[in-house]
Design a protein around this ligand. Sequence first.
Ligand SMILES: CCCCCCC/C=C/C(=O)SCCNC(=O)CCNC(=O)[C@H](O)C(C)(C)COP(=O)(O)OP(=O)(O)OC[C@H]1O[C@@H](n2cnc3c(N)ncnc32)[C@H](O)[C@@H]1OP(=O)(O)O
Length: 295
Amino acid sequence: MATLWTRGIQVCRALPRLCTAPSVQRRTSVRLMSTEKDNLLVDVDSKTGVATMQMNRPPVNSLNLEFLTSISIALEKLENEKCRGLILTSDVPKIFCAGLDILEMYQPDVERLQVFWRSLQDVWLRLYGSKMATIAAINGHSPAGGCLLATCCDYRIMAPNYTIGLNETQLGIVAPFWFRDTMCGVIGHRETEHALTLGIMYSTEEALNIKLVDKVVPQDKVIPAAQEKMKQYLKIPEVARQLSKDLMRRETVEKLRLRREDDVAAFKNFAVRESVQKSLGMYLEMLKKKSQQKK
Ligand SMILES: CCCCCCC/C=C/C(=O)SCCNC(=O)CCNC(=O)[C@H](O)C(C)(C)COP(=O)(O)OP(=O)(O)OC[C@H]1O[C@@H](n2cnc3c(N)ncnc32)[C@H](O)[C@@H]1OP(=O)(O)O
């Protein structure tokens, strides 16, 4: 099978129009792409046109610039290939995604910091605004940016005994308006205000109670349950489903599109504050101590 490396993403060339003409594909599931270090594994079921994207950046799938870029490129390719559905999950045991890589924001190179933020905006615009039906199969902890990825999806299925939430205030930082809007769209204004101001990390069961996640199933059933739910989305006439989603999300998407550079500047100015750097440093220290105690 011929392969092509594009900015760290390996694409199987032997799969033209993979998702638009599923009937001509003989193989049921093919690896469409994987990143250079296999940080992102994307398989497409050629019968259904459903992609499964597994994040695989141990130890905690934290989102650094390169990883975000890989996710963004993969989303663009899936959209271009007219894939119909996406299941977003993790290949790292017990972790869905630990959110943004704090090392990108602590003592940063200011140029890279801005590129980093744009890459996060790109991922959000592509995932939140995706035409595909998207389901988060949350098979591990999902703080902050991890919660953002999950809430960008159309539906969330989570395994028990994990945590999820936008905990930014606990780090002394503030989630931007598009994180807020995304969460608001899922759990409403009041619960979002409560969640954001206190930086609440919800247990799986609490998350189900406030409808931050839609369904809880045992760990080994998370992906099968996502595949089952996906069938329901795929039964709906494609254009009607896509336009309905667009109707719900367009305003929120446009808000960021119009303010992208202001948002980058606001992030940069906030991140380089002495008080913010101090908070991030202390938080990293706490994480390190906790990690060392386990060893
Ligand atoms: C500056 C302006 C900001 C504007 C707003 C920006 C919006 C921000 C969004 C974010 O996403 S900020 C990131 C918030 N994330 C977290 O608070 C998660 C922190 N991590 C954890 O709670 C736990 O690690 C975990 C995810 C629950 C996993 O726990 P586990 O016990 O399995 O692993 P650990 O031993 O804690 O961690 C292993 C290893 O990984 C390092 N690490 C963990 N999370 C991050 C991270 N987000 N970024 C970078 N590194 C992380 C941790 O320090 C350990 O490292 P070592 O000590 O082993 O080297």
